[in-house]
Design a protein around this ligand. Structure first.
Ligand SMILES: NC(=O)c1ccc[n+]([C@@H]2O[C@H](COP(=O)([O-])OP(=O)(O)OC[C@H]3O[C@@H](n4cnc5c(N)ncnc54)[C@H](OP(=O)(O)O)[C@@H]3O)[C@@H](O)[C@H]2O)c1
Length: 294
């Protein structure tokens, strides 16, 4: 099987470059190899490989920057995704793509199901939703995974930032009223590989699935968990445990609005694949260990 992987240098792409290997020949393209803003070149680049599988881990993920640059975010997260979907349909290939909890408005406290109405509150969320729509409109065979709060040992993420700040500062304020499941790039890539294999054997229908770790926490809960693990493992931590202050979203204004309720209901994917998705702490610990070199 010939596989094109876009965004191979991102958090999820980095892990996919490994987990996709048993499935076939992986053409792993980084941002410098295939720019998703160059739509014509992108289409040709993918076509040249004559792929059986296109996996798109590339995205415009700068949530706050997207508020002032929605045109570029839309080009990468929606128009380029439409190009990839059309390329998949023409080649008879399966497209695998990732979306986000930010397509929801964040109301309520129930985990969002795949069929729930969307209502993005940010430019990033709107562009990612437009990407989902482009795939649906193309009629290609696709697996789309909405995930949340991605972290890992490779690339920029919240855990990395918190460990850095904990080593530098004596106090920290972290938002405690946004709730979700931190999900590792490793877990996403592992489950993606299983899903592709199942899809090829007709054990999984194509379509849209929620994919996140089990359980829930806040950004504050994640910060405390990660920093305390690093401290226990002997990593230099300057901040006292009591000095990680829980604050409200209203006290930490950002250009983009973020959903208060980012919980995703993963029952559909877990039962279709026979998986027990691990608690968020399991992979959060793995990420901390990787980041501090434990
Ligand atoms: N990160 C999260 O918390 C989160 C949450 C929910 C869903 N998701 C979704 O999960 C997927 C993977 O996210 P991630 O966390 O792995 O993101 P990431 O680490 O930011 O990686 C995204 C990759 O896309 C590349 N990229 C950006 N603009 C590009 C362009 N114009 N052309 C080609 N490549 C481009 C980036 O390259 P450069 O770094 O070189 O620009 C980077 O390698 C995305 O679809 C994202 O929307 C992420």
């Amino acid at each position: 099987m010939k596989i094109v992987l876009l965004g191979a240098n991102g958090q999820v792409g980095h892990e996919l470059a490994r987990t996709l290997l048993p499935l076939g020949t992986v053409h792993a393209l980084r941002h410098a190899d295939a720019d998703l803003t160059e739509l014509t070149t992108l289409a040709q680049r993918v076509k040249d490989v004559r792929p059986d599988l296109i996996v798109n881990a590339a995205a415009y993920t700068a949530v706050d920057r997207a508020e002032s640059d929605e045109a570029t975010a839309h080009r990468v997260n929606a128009l380029a995704v439409g190009v990839l979907a059309d390329a998949a349909r023409s080649a008879g290939a399966l497209l695998v793509h990732y979306s986000t909890d930010y397509v929801f408005d964040g109301s309520g406290s129930r985990p969002w199901q795949e069929t729930d109405p969307t209502g993005p509150q940010s430019a990033y969320g709107r562009t990612k939703l437009a990407g989902e729509a482009a795939i649906a409109a193309s009629g290609c065979r696709a697996l789309v995974f909405r995930t949340s709060w991605v972290h890992g040992g490779h690339g920029g993420n919240f855990i990395r930032t918190m460990l850095k700040l904990a080593a530098e500062r004596e106090a920290l304020s972290v938002v405690a009223d946004q709730i979700g499941a931190p999900t590792s790039a490793e877990l996403i890539a592992d489950v993606t590989m299983l899903a592709i294999a199942a899809c090829r054997q007709d054990r999984l229908d194509t379509g849209l699935y929620h994919l996140s770790a089990a359980g829930e926490t806040s950004w504050h809960g994640l910060a405390v968990h990660a920093i305390e693990r690093a401290r226990r493992l002997g990593h230099p931590v300057r901040i006292d445990q009591g000095a990680i202050r829980a604050i409200a979203t209203a006290d930490y204004p950002t250009p983009a609005r973020r959903p208060a309720n980012s919980r995703l209901d993963t029952d559909m994917l877990a039962s279709a694949l026979g998986l027990a998705l691990p608690e968020w702490t399991v992979h959060a610990d793995r990420t901390v260990d990787q980041l501090i070199g434990h």
